[in-house]
Design a protein around this ligand. Structure first.
Ligand code: NAD
Length: 336
């Protein structure tokens, strides 16, 4: 099989690609991969092998329909990870989120139709459902996204479904809870807090820390995506939950313990605008229909993740400080 993986240089996409190339998914030992990635601040070529006989890398924007039409022919399926993915950044400015997440998804699907690449897995998030105080969401619950990020992802889900319903494209949609694991950009809460603590710096906890998130190891998410790729039905949506609910305060306490720090390292900051209180997925469908079950226990996965950041400052230090450096250069540039 030949796969095109958009956003394959980001956190989750690169985990999927590295695992395929290592032969980690039964039935995909011979699968070849083309990564199609714009390498925004979130994408990192170093997340992938520098060279591999089954890997091709194309630097490109999913909004560039012409380039997609050149690259897509010969592929059997697309995994669509590419997106602007950080909620806080979408609160600051939503433009890129709408452009990439909505416009880019539409361009990609149109290019798939034009080139006869029929199978697409569109990777989305539990945040499209909004916030829930009790119980959990099944796949048919209404979309009530609250952040511009979540709204752009919800819009892309609807576009993806429409290309199935209108054009018969073989599209499946996945909605996953919060992921964690190695190679996640240090703007996201677990790597941000971990790297701050490893550097002896305080961590900023939003509001009263009561917000609840469900955590899933990136490896479990990617195994679920492989099941959906291989066996998921057209036009169907699959929730992928972790089943592991944590308040942000509890998560912070665990990270303090794992990094050998105490509560004086927590700085409470004003809450995020429109901060969703709780997300929770009902994932019976993917378990019963595709035989999915998460494997990585949260405590073990979290300890291993912290250990990975401790052992790999050479990966995260340049990633964490690149934006500051770029901003500084920009500021200097604007005064000259
Ligand atoms: P990420 O920000 O780490 O990576 C995104 C990748 O997309 C980067 O490599 C970036 O360079 C690339 N990209 C961005 N804009 C692009 C464009 N216009 N054209 C081509 N490439 C572009 O994100 P992630 O955490 O790996 O998330 C991947 C997908 O999974 C996203 O669609 C996200 O919405 C979804 N998701 C993420 C989580 C999570 O907890 N991280 C949970 C559920 C769903």
């Amino acid at each position: 099989m030949r796969l095109l993986v958009t956003g394959g240089a980001g956190f989750i996409g690169s985990h999927f690609v590295r695992t395929v190339l290592e032969g980690g998914y039964p039935g995909h030992e011979d699968t070849r991969v083309t990564v199609f990635d714009k390498l925004t601040y979130a994408g990192n070529r170093a997340n992938l092998p520098a060279a591999h006989p089954k890997l091709e890398f194309v630097r490109g924007d999913v909004c560039d329909g012409r380039l997609l039409r050149e690259v897509l022919p010969g592929h059997d399926a697309v995994l669509h990870f590419a997106a602007e993915s950080h909620v806080d950044r979408s609160v600051d400015s939503a433009r890129e989120f709408v452009r990439t997440n909505v416009g880019g998804t539409q361009e990609l699907l149109e290019a798939c139709l034009a080139t006869g690449v029929d199978r697409v897995v569109h990777i989305s998030t539990d945040e499209v459902y909004g916030s829930i105080t009790e119980g959990s969401w099944t796949e048919d619950r209404p979309l009530l996204p609250n952040s511009p990020y979540a709204a752009s992802k919800a819009s892309s889900d609807l576009i993806a479904r429409a290309y199935w319903r209108t054009h018969g494209l073989d599209v499946s949609i996945t909605r996953c809870s919060n992921n964690y694991g190695p190679y996640q950009h240090p703007e996201k809460v677990i790597p941000l807090f971990t790297t701050q603590l490893l550097e002896g710096k305080q961590v900023p906890l939003y509001g009263d820390g009561r917000n609840v998130r469900e955590w899933l190891h990136v490896d479990d998410h990617c195994r679920a995506l492989t099941l959906v790729l291989d066996k998921g039905r057209a036009g169907e949506i699959y929730n992928v939950g972790g089943g592991n609910e944590q308040t942000n305060r509890h998560l912070t306490e665990r990270l303090l313990e794992l990094c050998g720090a105490d509560r004086s390292m927590v700085r409470e900051v004003a809450d995020r605008k429109g901060h969703d209180l709780r997300y929770a997925l009902d994932e019976r469908k993917i378990r019963e229909e595709l035989g999915y079950a998460p494997r990585v226990p949260f405590e073990k996965g979290l300890a291993e993740t912290v250990a990975w950041y401790r052992d790999n400052p050479g990966w995260w230090t340049p990633v964490k400080y690149r934006r500051d450096e770029l901003a500084r250069q920009g500021a200097e540039g604007s005064t000259s």
